[in-house]
Design a protein around this ligand. Structure first.
Ligand SMILES: [Zn+2]
Length: 236
């Protein structure tokens, strides 16, 4: 609050934004793979466009809502434990400020500052905003920027939906003979792109990530198509 400009630059940090972007790419990837497996499997069994649309849409909604609910629960739990940790910290600061100052000093020393400089820094941080200092240095969280579970839920809902739309449209729009080839080709191309992006965002070498991702998607579609064809041939 005493240095808003700095706090803003710190808040939306590059690492944080990269994490969000990476989560979005992975969510889209999930949407692509699971919906592609579903619609290609149904296409193995039937030519009926209405059945394909129903299956694809149901898969899209079920997947995106399950992702959103999972994300909501996990972020809420994380937020609860962060709030509990902050409450403990707040109480400790109130009840034993000296011990807390010493603790902060030692943590800063552990990060490479000399005893004197660490003590001086700890005193200044404590004078400015003791809770924030302990939250950041000790707990590794920013008390003003706890992740919002609703934001996280919406983000994964949208990411999954965006990914799922590709195989859904690819299976429904083309004429029946071209459906499966068009879907397989566009899904594999999209998986190469998401594999490459997530590797780059995680600063990993993209080559293997692309191969694994494309291979995983090809396997998913191969298995469901085989099962769908068998069931279709058996007249189920
Ligand atoms: Zn503390």
């Amino acid at each position: 609050m005493t240095e808003p400009a700095h706090d803003e630059a710190h808040g939306g940090s590059l690492g944080e934004r990269l994490n969000w972007l990476r989560a979005a790419v992975l969510g889209a990837n999930d949407g692509i793979v699971s919906t592609a497996g579903l619609v290609v499997g149904v296409a193995g069994a039937t030519d009926d466009r209405a059945a394909l649309l129903t299956a694809g849409l149901a898969g899209l909604l079920a997947g995106s809502m399950s992702m959103a609910a999972g994300e909501y629960v996990s972020v809420s739990t994380q937020r609860d434990s962060e709030k509990a940790a902050l409450a403990v910290e707040r109480r400790e600061l109130r009840e034993q400020p000296e011990a807390e100052l010493e603790e902060l000093t030692e943590l800063l020393e552990g990060r490479g500052l000399s005893r004197e400089v660490a003590r001086e820094a700890a005193e200044q941080l404590t004078a400015r905003d003791a809770l924030k200092a302990h939250a950041r240095v000790e707990l590794g969280i920013d008390p003003e920027r706890l992740t919002n579970p609703w934001h996280a839920a919406w983000a994964s809902f949208l990411a999954f939906t965006a990914g799922a739309l590709l195989p859904l449209l690819a299976i429904v729009l083309p004429p029946s003979t071209a459906r499966v080839p068009v879907t397989v080709a566009s899904v594999l191309a999209a998986l190469a792109l998401t594999g490459w992006s997530s590797a780059r965002l995680g600063a990993a070498a993209p080559g293997r990530a692309v191969l694994r991702n494309v291979g995983g998607g090809a396997l998913a579609m191969g298995v469901t198509y085989a099962v769908g064809s068998l069931l279709g041939a058996a007249g189920v």
